[in-house]
Structures are given as structure tokens and as C-alpha cells.
Write a protein that binds this ligand. Structure first.
Ligand SMILES: *Cc1c(COP(=O)(O)O)cnc(C)c1O
Length: 339
């Protein structure tokens, strides 16, 4: 049997239904805005997130980098975000190179920070010494923070502080639909009040390629310049946009199963000696637990189970559409045999 892949929800492969949708896709030249499937996807995501305009990009990383770039003015503006957030830990230093920005990190609670923390992080001096605070970025759900859902009220608090200080606001919605399914709050409610927001289709939604960034028409026009410059303007991208549309139709409600599997995994892990986890902390599809030696633990299980070691002690497991309840039970028995 191949190992059960809990390494990430990026590990999904297109289903037969998704492949059929890909095969049927109508296509054109996306750079000339003549790919009907990509256009349909953009319109659908703009509406879903309640924003005026949208642009299809090859990856979530490009959504973050392009959005942060268009929010800052070159030369020392500051981005406020959590210390565990994706642009800080996993975008190869992109904000420094592409946006030319300082990053001021906040140590939130599992990636979730408060309006008060933002207030403290904002530079109040308006002289030539201090960097200029420019944008605050929120990650819904938190990834390295452990799949937490930002409560709507906390988002509103952060946005209120941002507005008072004339900061822009950006929503990294790589797993926004997981938050929507877990909380019952609409995607447009979560995205309201942000200048830019985006959805990733290659995480729990199970598509092979693609993310969509939304904002005002003016900001999306500006994003298009960066898409072009970075080589993110595409040709017959309807081939992959069709998979994203398919995912919106078929793979959103089922995220609840991933959440159920993550809880089942967390509860099973909590009774295994040598494993530390509080199952009540698991809200969506990400399970982070502690062991004595995470890299050794991951290596010891690798022939049966793919997991990620985050650091010396923390292991991350992520559920997704290629993982069944039976897989979770098998994963638990492998771990309890070898932990
Ligand atoms: C995966 C991820 C990204 C980057 O998306 P890619 O499509 O992998 O480039 C950004 N932010 C968060 C929170 C993510 O989990």
C-alpha cells in the first residue's frame, strides 16, 4: 500500500470528474482576456468574495506577493502580519525583494492576532526616521498557526484599527473556504473590508493549479501589470480554470469531511503516549502535534505515512480529499505502533 499522504492538502490529485471538466474546457488567450473559462472563474470568485474585480494567478504565493507589492510604496513601507504567516516563512523572502518592504511581525495566538496588537505594531511617528506602516495581512485559516479560524469579530477589530490608521488590509485566503465551512460565515463576510483577498484552489479544494485575487477594479488593473511582469499572464488557462470551477461546485461542502477526519486524528493522537496535542484546538483540516524528536518521528513512519516536521518538536498533518476515515484509522495504528 502506498503511504497515506498527510503531508499537505496540496497533495490531492484531480478526480475523474475534475479531469472530465478539464477535458471539456473552452479556452482562448488569457493574456488577451479571451479565455472564457478563466473569465468565468474570475467573475465567480469576485462575486463569492463580494469584490468588484478578480484576476487569475498561477499560485497563492503570487497572489500574496503581487497584492503586497501593489499596497506598498517602494522604499521602506512596512507590512504588518503574523510571525507564522506564509509571506514570512514560505515565500523565499519575497516581500523584501519584490515589494521592497519591511515586515513587522506580530506573535499572534496560533496565527490570530488582535486589533490591539496591530495598534501596538503601527508606527506612530511621522518623521523621516521610522518606516511607514502601510498594510496589515490576515491569514484565514492560519496555516503554520494550526488551521485556526479567525473569528469575524477579531477581523472587524483589526480592520477598524487599520482604517483609523489609513492602512491597507490584505486577506490571505489560501484556506478561506475551510473557514467558511467550519464556521458557517459567508466568504464575502470574511472578505468584506479588505482591499485585496484571494482563494487558493490547490489546497483543500483539490485543483492542480491556480488562485484568484480580488479587489477593486483599480487594484486588479495594477495587479495585472505585476502578473505580466512576473510571467504570470497565461495562454489557454481555461484548462486549469475549469478545474477550479469544478472545485467550487463539488469540493466546498465536502471540506467538512476533512475537518471531521482531522478531529478524529487529533483525538486518536491525544491518547498515544509520547504525543502531545489538545484536540479541542483542531478547528479545520490542519493538525499540529508535538513529539520528542519531530524529524526522527517523521522519518520512522515515512514508508507508511507522509507527515511534515515543522521544527524540532512539531509535526503537521493535513487532511484532504484523498484521505478517508479508514486512512485516518490506519495512520493512528501505525503511529501508535511506532511512536
Ligand atoms: C499555500 C499557502 C500559500 C501559497 O499558496 P501556493 O498556491 O502554494 O503558492 C499562501 N498562504 C497560505 C496561508 C498558504 O497555506
Amino acid at each position: 500500500m502506498p503511504p497515506i499522504n498527510l503531508y499537505s492538502d496540496t497533495q490531492t490529485r484531480p478526480t475523474a470528474g475534475m479531469r472530465a471538466a478539464i477535458a471539456r474546457a473552452e479556452v482562448g488567450d488569457e493574456q488577451r482576456r479571451r479565455d472564457p473559462t478563466t473569465t468565468a472563474l474570475q467573475e465567480r470568485v469576485a462575486e463569492l468574495l463580494g469584490h468588484e474585480a478578480a484576476v487569475f494567478l498561477p499560485s497563492g504565493t503570487m497572489c500574496n506577493e503581487v497584492a503586497l507589492r501593489i499596497h506598498v510604496r517602494p522604499g521602506g513601507d512596512e507590512i504588518i502580519c503574523d510571525s507564522s504567516s506564509h509571506p514570512v516563512v514560505a515565500e523565499a523572502g519575497g516581500p523584501a525583494q519584490l515589494a521592497g518592504a519591511m515586515v513587522r511581525t506580530i506573535d499572534g495566538d496560533g496565527g490570530v492576532f488582535t486589533g490591539e496588537q496591530v495598534e501596538h505594531a503601527i508606527r506612530t511617528r511621522v518623521d523621516r526616521y521610522a518606516p511607514r506602516s502601510r498594510v496589515v495581512s490576515v491569514e484565514q485559516t492560519t496555516n503554520m498557526g494550526g488551521g485556526h479560524v479567525w473569528p469575524l469579530q477579531t477581523i472587524h477589530d483589526v480592520l477598524a484599527v487599520a482604517r483609523r490608521s489609513e492602512l491597507r488590509a490584505h486577506l490571505d485566503g489560501a484556506r478561506l473556504m475551510n473557514a467558511v465551512v467550519a464556521s458557517g460565515v459567508a466568504a464575502s463576510e470574511y472578505a468584506r473590508g479588505f482591499d485585496t483577498a484571494w482563494l487558493d484552489f490547490t489546497k483543500g479544494l483539490g485543483a492542480p493549479v491556480g488562485a484568484v485575487l480580488v479587489g477593486s477594479q483599480a487594484l486588479i488593473d495594477e495587479a495585472w501589470r505585476w502578473k505580466q511582469m512576473l510571467g504570470g499572464a497565461l495562454r489557454q488557462s481555461g484548462i486549469v480554470a475549469a478545474a477550479c470551477l469544478y472545485a467550487l461546485d463539488h469540493h466546498v461542502d465536502r471540506l467538512a469531511e476533512d475537518h471531521e477526519h482531522a478531529r478524529r486524528l487529533a483525538e486518536g493522537l491525544s491518547v498515544i503516549p509520547g504525543v502531545r496535542i489538545d484536540p479541542s484546538q483542531v478547528e479545520t483540516n490542519i493538525v499540529i502535534f508535538e513529539v520528542a524528536d519531530a524529524p526522527a518521528f517523521v522519518a520512522r513512519l515515512a514508508d507508511q505515512l507522509e507527515l511534515g516536521a515543522l521544527d524540532a518538536h512539531r509535526v503537521r498533518a493535513v487532511t484532504h480529499l484523498d484521505v478517508s476515515a479508514a486512512d485516518i484509522d490506519r495512520a493512528l495504528s501505525v503511529i501508535s505502533d511506532r511512536a
